[in-house]
Design a protein around this ligand. Structure first.
Ligand code: SD4
Length: 331
């Protein structure tokens, strides 16, 4: 019995050694230059506007607040900015001129809430949180989501902003739907955090791809695609062409890869590699696709990877709030 116990112990140690000896990727080597003294808390979010969102989230995390409150508060900064053309009511419209919003939220207990194709509401992430906390369901869409929001005291805002109307009228001249990689340069905000108690949460919110079909739903409100959190492992969120993220259950894949021992960086790279393989197998052109993943784990390590250059993300940990260019596949 004792021998068996020793054997199990030795095998576990050997396995751990193998995992920690996995060679570092180039991106990981760079990350080591920005190394915090302690790993908790940490918040990371997609694109340049993540810097401002992180600032607000950090105020909560630095005060021993909950990751859930931090990520909701953080992404609300971007949702509330009418000059952001890819998140919230200032976002670009669909083909029919409607701004339809997708959002989801997930906490350390695997509580989840989501809204899709929601119109007229300034903070879809807070409606998603209300779905999570106040209904027996996990997802509400379209008019049902709007009715629920109103019943919860959210204000029904007027139609689309002037700038959006102008864009849409201009687009109608050609009515050409071809989402381009990084065209908006900052799209969805996905934010994931670990608080000082070591608990994870995530939030993801977007107006989705510009000039999508009315009723189209992307990856961002779909738990497992645009966002996934597992308190035993870490968290991941995504940005880019939602159809491609959904195809591989993107963020769930990233988290499962971390569970198997990959670092966040390795997990993001492997998920992107899957998208690359699938895209090629389907005979599609990789140049037309952009997907970016970001991830964190319990050791406070972070990672990011995308299909092509142009994606960046913001990391706030003990060493400060830094914007980092993501490494990418198409060199
Ligand atoms: C979507 N993933 O609706 C979102 C949009 C996005 O970069 O992130 N664009 O598919």
């Amino acid at each position: 019995m004792e021998n068996r116990r020793n054997f199990i112990k030795t095998s576990a140690l050997a396995a751990a050694a193998v995992l920690t000896n996995i060679p570092k990727t180039k991106a990981e080597e760079k990350q080591q230059q920005i190394k915090p003294a302690t790993v908790k808390p940490i918040v990371i979010s997609t694109w340049k506007f993540g810097i401002g969102a992180n600032e607000e989230a950090w105020k909560i995390l630095a005060n021993n607040g909950k990751a859930l409150d931090a990520v909701e508060t953080g992404v609300k900064v971007i949702e509330g900015n009418m000059n952001e053309r890819s998140v919230g009511l200032g976002g670009r419209p669909d083909r029919d001129g409607h701004v339809t919003l997708d959002a989801c939220i997930m906490d350390e207990f695997a509580n989840i809430g989501s809204v899709a194709c929601l119109e007229h509401i300034k903070h879809p992430i807070s409606v998603a949180r209300a779905v999570m906390e106040k209904t027996p369901h996990v997802m509400l869409v379209g008019d049902g989501a709007l009715q629920f929001a109103i019943s919860q005291g959210f204000t029904k805002e007027k139609g689309v902003v002037e700038e959006t109307q102008k864009d849409w009228k201009e687009w109608l001249k050609t009515s050409n739907y071809k989402p381009q990689a990084n065209i908006e340069n900052h799209d969805t905000i996905g934010m994931i955090a670990m608080d000082s108690n070591g608990n994870f949460s995530g939030a993801c919110t977007t107006s989705g791809l510009a000039y999508k079909m009315h009723g189209r739903v992307g990856d961002s409100p779909i738990i497992g695609a645009g966002l996934y959190v597992d308190n035993e492992v870490g968290a991941a969120t995504a940005t880019g062409h939602g159809e491609e993220v959904i195809r591989i259950a993107g963020c769930h894949s990233v988290v499962e890869l971390m569970r198997q021992g990959r670092t966040p960086q390795q997990a993001c790279e492997e998920a992107v590699a899957r998208i690359v393989r699938i895209t090629k197998n389907r005979g599609k052109n990789l140049k037309d696709i952009q997907v970016g993943f970001i991830a964190i784990n319990q050791n406070g390590q972070y990672g990011a990877y995308c299909v092509q250059s142009g994606f960046n993300f913001a990391v706030y940990n003990e060493v400060g709030n830094n914007l980092i260019n993501s490494d990418f596949y198409m060199k």
